[in-house]
Design a protein around this ligand. Structure first.
Ligand code: CO
Length: 212
């Protein structure tokens, strides 16, 4: 259903309430008690990346943070606060970083142009490009290069998770798993990039370890 007007959204809200109560009269009293999601999902703000559709999830299942091109900068208090709360208070078991092919943020970042106020944010993605410049520049097709950068960006953002104190502590206590995914909206497929947290942690923690 594509919403057209604000009025329709509120009408739909009434329908939704009625539907939930029909299935379970206690639905809202249960929902309002507490949340115990097992997943933290960090994805792109793109309107087509819907966790409900991708993960077949319902209210209460997934704690969500989204920004342009699913970036996890080490100085972004917004995403760091979400991670802190999810890992230490909600105690999620899985953190998913999910990129998507055809990402506008990645497409912009891959072109060396002035993106105005977006320049600092693009800089985070351009850093990923620089790290993998050799591999990426060997891909002739810009669309394919961009798709590969989507995957490498997910991988690097997973590494950025490992750089944080909260995640290092949780990994040490063996209570968190990190997964890197890509959503291919041309087919609807969710692809697991096979991010190996333990292997990556071993490779980078001699530089980034901050938990004694
Ligand atoms: Co995107």
């Amino acid at each position: 259903m594509a919403f057209k007007t604000i009025k329709e959204i509120f009408a739909h809200n009434q329908e939704w309430i009625a539907e939930q109560l029909k299935d379970d009269p206690e639905y809202f009293s249960k929902l309002s008690k507490q949340q115990q999601p097992k997943y933290l999902f960090i994805g792109c703000s793109d309107s087509r990346v819907s966790t409900e559709a991708l993960m077949y999830s319902k209210p209460g299942d997934v704690f969500i943070h989204r920004n342009i091109a699913n970036v996890i900068p080490s100085n972004d208090l917004n995403v760091l606060s979400v991670i802190n709360y999810a890992v230490n208070h909600i105690k999620v078991k899985y953190i998913v970083v999910c990129g998507h092919y055809g990402c506008g943020g990645i497409k912009t970042a891959i072109t060396a142009t002035d993106a105005g106020i977006l320049n600092p944010w693009m800089g985070y993605i351009r850093d990923v490009y620089r790290l993998h410049k050799k591999e990426l520049n060997a891909i002739k097709s810009i669309a394919k290069r961009s798709d590969r950068l989507v995957e490498l960006n997910v991988q690097e953002q997973c590494i950025n998770l490992v750089k944080t104190r909260d995640i290092q502590q949780a990994l040490l206590e063996n209570r968190i798993e990190i997964h890197g995914w890509v959503f291919d909206m041309r087919t609807g497929k969710l692809i697991d990039l096979g991010f190996n947290t333990q292997k990556v942690a071993k490779e980078v923690l001699d530089i980034y370890n901050i938990v004694k």
